[in-house]
Design a protein around this ligand. Structure first.
Ligand SMILES: C[S@@+](CC[C@H](N)C(=O)[O-])C[C@H]1O[C@@H](n2cnc3c(N)ncnc32)[C@H](O)[C@@H]1O
Ligand code: SF4
Length: 477
């Protein structure tokens, strides 16, 4: 599919936004070919025209920069950027032509709640709601969800103390789940790198000891942190506790897969003060668990949760995914009802993101078609059950290539929102990261700078001295 646009600075945003309506098309800008959409940005107007033959409705949208009107009847209620106006016009036209009405309007980023929070702070709830609906064209149910999340997050983001969080990445998993969109390495392919990893990670942490003072929270994520050996896992936690002293902060381990969690690892976590863990079923359907290569079944998951409760863990999070292969709305309903019986303190409900090259996706077109019909119903039933069970949505994020362009939502019982998750999404405080693939974020006032660690474990291990020096510069400049 071809697009014509007379000002190239808008090309990237336009191309990425059109993917929402044409997810499977290769979209190009080529002035020599007949375009499907023609975009003209003049000195006093912006115009978008549909040039295809297969649609007989309105084919043109025009925004007048002086009167600030789109055609005759749509008003922009405050002063948004030109790209937002342009995307809004594409939204209007493409929805009509394709029949796809994106629930998130013109928003394509992964942090809609960050924008909602900012608008809320700047304009108050009523006007923020209006701006999100009118200018960003976000579906009114999603705006309500965002506003509920902002209300919950206000309590977590209110204090202005100068604190930060620490993230420690363990990029290993026993095996790779077929749908997974995260970077992680199967242990069996890693040889020496797996055995050396914790020692090198500890060296990196010791070189930046000061990161463990003035903590808001600590998060050990992955991959699957509990896929370390019991000895390595204990050694890592012991070092963290030594560095952080007796600070009593939220301390999460994303244990994840039940097949990696042992009594000794639970004991280590209790000993060193881990106070929040994730044990993730993804689904409570055994057939799906086998299909996606999870390495545990429903019973092993339930046994693992009960074992963690016996060891005294009183904050357990669980993750599930909507849109797993072969699942229907009724499977999701059954999954969530079974999970509610286990009374997790929080549940994160993800919508499947289709990762190119993931084993799951042999035929993306068919998969999308099948799932697009189901996903809305899955989201509705999950929201209904969570509301009835008294959980509140407390954070929300989006990934690239999600089915139906929906979202991931974290729900929690009252008082249990995850401080780390909220801070990663709202980006109001720094995060000091350690380990392969981990990303540090330095927040100074309104300015945010990121610094990546190499994703490949061997590259991380071989270059640890340079990484330590580069990070020192990053944090101290
Ligand atoms: C960093 S992953 C790892 C957690 C842990 N290793 C596990 O599997 O339980 C965090 C969560 O992302 C979600 N996830 C992974 N791949 C996904 C995908 N392709 N689409 C949507 N959610 C995904 C899963 O729910 C997973 O629990
Ligand atoms: S979902 Fe978790 S266990 Fe599975 S491959 Fe991804 S990170 Fe590893």
């Amino acid at each position: 599919m071809n697009i014509r646009i007379n000002q190239t600075q808008y090309s990237t945003e336009v191309l990425s936004y059109l993917k929402v309506f044409y997810p499977l098309e290769k979209i190009e800008i080529n002035l020599n070919h007949q375009p499907l959409y023609e975009i003209t940005i003049g000195s006093s107007y912006i115009e978008v025209v549909y040039c295809g033959q297969d649609y007989s409705g309105e084919i043109r949208k025009r925004y007048d920069l002086e009167s600030k009107k789109v055609d005759e009847n749509q008003y922009i209620t405050y002063s948004p950027k030109e790209t937002i106006i342009l995307k809004g016009m594409l939204y209007d036209l493409c929805s009509k032509v394709t029949g796809i009405v994106p629930t998130w309007g013109v928003l394509t980023g992964i942090r809609p709640s960050k924008l909602a929070y900012k608008l809320y702070e700047d304009y108050g709830q009523q006007y923020a709601t209006l701006i999100l609906e009118k200018n960003y064209k976000v579906n009114s149910n999603k705006v309500k969800l965002l506003m509920r999340i902002v209300e919950v997050q206000k309590h977590f983001l209110a204090d202005a103390l100068s604190l930060h969080s620490v993230y420690i990445g363990i990029p290993f998993c026993p095996t790779r789940c077929s749908y997974c969109s995260f970077t992680s390495h199967e242990i069996k392919t890693q040889g020496m790198a797996y055995t050396q990893y914790v020692d090198v990670l500890i060296r990196e942490m010791e070189a930046r000891k000061e990161a463990f003072k003035y903590l808001r929270s600590i998060y050990i994520g992955g991959g699957t942190p509990t896929s370390l050996t019991e000895e390595d896992f204990d050694k890592l936690l012991c070092k963290i506790r030594e560095l952080m002293g007796d600070q009593d902060v939220e301390f999460t381990v994303e244990a994840g897969r039940a097949d990696t969690i042992t009594e000794n690892k639970l004991l280590s976590m209790r000993r060193y003060g881990v106070n929040r863990i994730s044990i993730n079923p993804q689904t409570m359907q055994d057939e799906t668990l086998t299909n996606i290569g999870r390495g545990h079944n429903v019973q092993t998951f339930v046994d693992c949760v009960q074992m963690a409760r016996r060891f005294g863990f009183d904050y357990i999070n669980m993750d599930i995914i909507l849109g797993l292969p072969g699942e229907k709305v009724s499977d999701v309903e059954d999954t969530i009802r079974k999970i509610m019986k286990l009374e997790p303190e929080s549940l994160t409900i993800h919508t499947m993101a289709l990762k190119r090259g993931a084993r799951l996706i042999q035929d993306e077109k068919t998969y999308r078609k099948l799932m697009n019909d189901q996903i809305d119903g899955m989201l509705q039933i999950s929201q209904k059950i969570m509301d009835e069970a008294g959980y509140s949505a407390y954070y929300l994020y989006r990934q690239k290539n999600m089915i139906g362009n929906y979202e991931n939502v974290g729900y929690c019982k009252e008082g249990y929102g995850c401080i780390y998750n909220i801070h990663t999404m709202e980006e109001k405080e720094s995060i000091v990261a350690f380990g392969a693939g981990a990303i540090s974020k330095k927040v100074t006032g309104d300015r945010l700078v990121r610094k990546d660690h190499p994703k490949d474990v061997k590259t991380y291990l071989d270059n640890i001295d340079e990484i330590i020096t580069a990070n020192k510069l990053f944090w101290e400049e």
